[in-house]
Write a protein that binds this ligand. Sequence first.
Ligand SMILES: NC(=O)c1ccc[n+]([C@@H]2O[C@H](COP(=O)([O-])OP(=O)(O)OC[C@H]3O[C@@H](n4cnc5c(N)ncnc54)[C@H](OP(=O)(O)O)[C@@H]3O)[C@@H](O)[C@H]2O)c1
Length: 420
Amino acid sequence: MKKLKIGICGWGNVATGLFNTIENNNKFIKSNGNLEIEIVVIGARRDNPKCDPGAVKIERDIFDVIDHDIDVVVELIGGVDVARDLILKSINKKKHVVTANKAVLFHHGDEIFKEANSNGVKILFESSVCAGTPIIKLLTEELSANKVTKIAGMLNGTSNFILSNMEEGSDFKPTLELAQKEGYAEPDPTFDIEGMDAAHKIGILSSLAFGTPLPPDDFYIEGISKIEKIDFKYAKDMGFTIKHLAVSKLNQDKIELRAHPVLIKKDSYLANLKSVRNGIEVETDLLGTLHIAGSGAGQESTASGVISDLVNLANSNDNILELDSNRNIELVDFMSLSFQYYFYIESNITPEAVEKITSIFAKKKIALESIAHKEDLKENISHIIVITDLFLEREIQYLYENILNLESVNKIRSIRIESN
Ligand SMILES: NC(=O)c1ccc[n+]([C@@H]2O[C@H](COP(=O)([O-])OP(=O)(O)OC[C@H]3O[C@@H](n4cnc5c(N)ncnc54)[C@H](OP(=O)(O)O)[C@@H]3O)[C@@H](O)[C@H]2O)c1
């Protein structure tokens, strides 16, 4: 049986979940993973009333963890700057690192992998994307004979929870409050609802699958905070629903990287994953399209990913992926991409509103697949719903400016339509 001596840095949700899981599932880790894990030390700047570390040594300065006789530093503090420092110092002391921290990998991944390679140690990070749902190992090991052409994922559980509830008729704000009450959203939810969390995760997956840099140099990121309940109604009428999708896609010899809300067909695989579930589609040449779904957050799910990294490390015979940190595949300029669009335009009820709006699209030679208007006589407003053909992203600003300039128009928003 292999043995690993570990030091855990951080003593929050994931760290205490890991501590408990190593105790409770010890039997499976030994029999299925052929591994005995010894927690030698915990870096905790304060006690956590939810978990008693027993006789394990506690260091109040997390950097002191590195000085112990351990094989692996498990970084579970989150954040970017201190985590980067901690990881680099661990690497320099020839400790392997397991981390669940997508933010530090997104911002400093190339630097970290380069340091790890030159120091002959490994960085493992299964739980940084979709917690324990095994996507990293799938991409780096199981699919190694495949040419991956696209990864599209719903990678943020909070966003999916909110959108799933809005699909059932709830408004954004109370749904966000419910997500916070249920513990699915942070007190400050900005990172989740403005798309950054999903962006970090697709950045990591894109780097693994295609070799895009970490941090990426060009990346379109938009969250879900502008979507309204009524958009679901109009989307549904046309056979769509709304999800937040993070995409990395081979586009000729460059990579398209983006994270934003989309209309997707209601009968598609991702459309049917509800609540906090995460889901990913991977398009490959040999296996076709693979679907993977699972819990993307939570103490136990994340602990499962961290332990799988430890098992992998202990049993690997040195064949764990070494990421080439000199990757320089170019990203596609987002403005040069073309999308089909859904527009919701709110205007006063006037006979010429639709005609004027149509002429603005026509000026840019943007064909319309459909244009419908529904009058709300009580409010004296008209909802004008436009579905366009494909047009270049760089035209969107012109459309917004000119449509909003029309005297009758009060509001406009739009969502890209994801083609299959
Ligand atoms: N929670 C999940 O479901 C989940 C899922 C996947 C990945 N992750 C990742 O796992 C990591 C940990 O998440 P978490 O939910 O466990 O966070 P958390 O509950 O906030 O715990 C963070 C822990 O790190 C400590 N810490 C933070 N900054 C520190 C610093 N500068 N020096 C010393 N200690 C510091 C905190 O100490 P204090 O208590 O004193 O602040 C706390 O003990 C993050 O990278 C997160 O993105 C989490």
